[in-house]
Design a protein around this ligand. Sequence first.
Ligand code: SF4
Length: 391
Amino acid sequence: MLDYVNIGLKQHIGVGATPIVSVGDNVKKGQLIAVCDGLGANIHSSVYGVVYEADGGFVKIVADEHQPDEFVKIKDTTTHLEAIKEAGVVGAGGAGFPTHVKFDVDLDGGVFILNAAECEPILGHNLRVLSEQPDLIVRGIKYAMDIVNAKVGYIAIKPKHLKEMIAIARACKNEPNIEIKYLPDVYPIGDERAIVREVLGITLAPGQLPSFVNAIVSNVETIKRVVEAIELRKPVITKDFTVAGRINSDVRIYLDEPIGMPVKKYIDDCGGYIKPHGEILLGGPFTGISGDEQSVITKTLVGIFVAMPYPNNDNKFGVLACECGAGEDRLNEIVAGMGGEVVAYAKCKRMTKVNERYRCEEPGNCPGQAEKILALKNAGAQAVVVGTCED
Ligand code: SF4
């Protein structure tokens, strides 16, 4: 049952959107409720209802009891790229980069790569779409190739996902320009530079975008939303995600749930918590951030994970951070949750500073960290929390 949705005005990289609705307005599902001036994305209502609040970074809408399936279509556009912009499509794999900006390139006959890696353990919703809607995804690849002027389309997938690989391979058997490419069975492999390295054999420098080598990478759900925008004129009002952890259910996959719904609805839908339980993690197990029951579904939310309670551990800790896993903030949070104290910091030895930001030199090709661990020990750490993928 829908009570309300709380729709964030900044669910993407860039600036937040500005509301164009006021408290008391009746809104329809799919109606444009906030627009972006600059790098960002349009925001639409995911329900029929009445605007209750329209500031503080959210538009809160009290939902009508009756929720027809029909939605307000995006306005007429002349190009597919404009349709993607109108629909507010952003990278659905977690990054949230506006897709109309990413696709506004001319690859000069280059390569479009579908990231079908399912970037973190346990997540399964992109694989579900691949196996259930492979024809839609192939159409999406062709739209993307056409928009960015790519001659070749690659589907990057791990061979262990055999069922999904067979489904998508069948769907593109008559597409001479689309090919399956294998990814190694490691995490993290969904990073764009890792995908380019594995598929094209080109190692991009930290901070370098795939477009530098005439390539574009997009994940499965993003392409699904692209197809919906072009074929159905549907704005991004729903999200796919995976729910797992200390819930009274096996891992559960949800497709096309309304953006703005509180995550508690889905925990309840999974039979509630297994007690005792710890924090609610929003995102994947590697990169998720701490949330609560009132946190809501966004355009980039990939998972809801209920953790086990933190063990009590009042040791002195060293923190070893990674670009693609947990960073320092998250690791600090974990140490605080255990009741410990952080006495030393280190970063994975492959992290290097580019434009004032630490980036990984070779995502997914993770080294041992023995010397870092020793340095943390020498700095007084009795235990280490790691956001890296090795050791
Ligand atoms: S090499 Fe280091 S920073 Fe890069 S993904 Fe692996 S652990 Fe993370």
